[in-house]
Design a protein around this ligand. Structure first.
Ligand code: NAD
Length: 245
């Protein structure tokens, strides 16, 4: 058995499925968030302009719910990988929760922003937002009210740090997609990007995602079982995704 080398690089993308067993609702699963509210109403700039109170209520409820959610063994396994993997690990999440950080991951790229941060629509200043936001919340930087929003990326907006993400992706030897339906671009396109760069690809998801056929290997089951087993194998030097191409 060969130990992982300091030259190898793993790129991991996580989605709502990794937080599902922590009690955080996913979006597209049966009974998920999009079966209860319209994404056009709460996750677009137009929805916010139409009814900011409704959008604040939606995110305030999710922020409050997060305080009772705890990181699960899948989050903790990825924190262990960050600590013990001798190569380069990139962890990009579509999740706006902070469960990776609370599990001990120090270097997480939140491509869709963070529920625990606010963004001022007037001056662009960002700040910690542990409490509820409203149209009366004043910006700490410009002092104006009425423009405060959660620092989350809505449909029609550009995800964060995309140049850096693509640079890190094409440098990797292995791309792993965890708990994501593969329905939201640009993240849904990472597997095709990785394939065209000759990078091995592995899916870990409860069920086959929309793009499951694009992966070299797919393992299906709960993240709390699949991710710790994957991390254990990587740290033991077992090749992670079946057929190298
Ligand atoms: P999604 O709801 O579209 O898909 C979730 C996927 O996770 C599904 O394929 C499902 O089969 C899988 N899944 C469900 N339970 C699982 C489990 N226990 N173990 C492993 N996999 C499981 O979510 P997505 O793909 O992340 O969608 C992307 C969008 O959803 C992003 O915009 C993201 O910001 C947003 N989102 C974030 C959160 C969060 O912060 N926790 C929650 C919901 C949605």
């Amino acid at each position: 058995m060969t130990r992982p080398s300091g030259d190898s690089a793993i790129f991991i993308l996580t989605g709502a499925g990794i937080s599902a067993e922590s009690g955080v609702e996913t979006f597209r699963d049966k009974g998920g968030i999009w079966s209860k509210v319209r994404l056009e109403d709460v996750a677009t700039p137009e929805g916010f302009a139409r009814d900011p109170d409704k959008v604040h209520a939606f995110y305030n409820a999710r922020r409050a719910g997060l305080s009772s959610a705890l990181p699960n063994p899948a989050h903790r396994a990825l924190a262990r990988l960050e600590r013990d993997f001798p190569g380069r690990l990139t962890l990009v999440t579509q999740n706006i929760d902070d469960l990776h950080e609370r599990a001990g991951s120090n270097d997480v790229v939140h491509m869709h922003g963070e529920l625990s941060r606010s963004l001022c629509g007037h001056c662009g200043a960002k700040a910690d937002a542990s409490a509820a936001l409203s149209t009366a919340t004043a910006c700490h930087a410009c002092g104006r009210e009425g423009g405060m929003r959660p620092d989350v990326v809505w449909f029609g907006e550009m995800p964060y740090r995309m140049d850096e993400i693509y640079e890190r992706l094409v440098e990797a030897d292995l791309f792993v997609s965890i708990g994501t339906s593969g329905a939201v671009y640009p993240a849904a396109g990472f597997v095709a990007e990785a394939r065209s760069a000759g990078i091995r690809t592995l899916e870990l998801n409860l069920e086959p995602s929309e793009g499951t056929f694009l992966f070299d290997e797919a393992r299906h089951g709960p993240a709390t079982a699949l991710v710790p087993a994957f991390v254990e194998a990587v740290l033991a030097g077992v090749p992670a995704a079946g057929r190298p191409r």
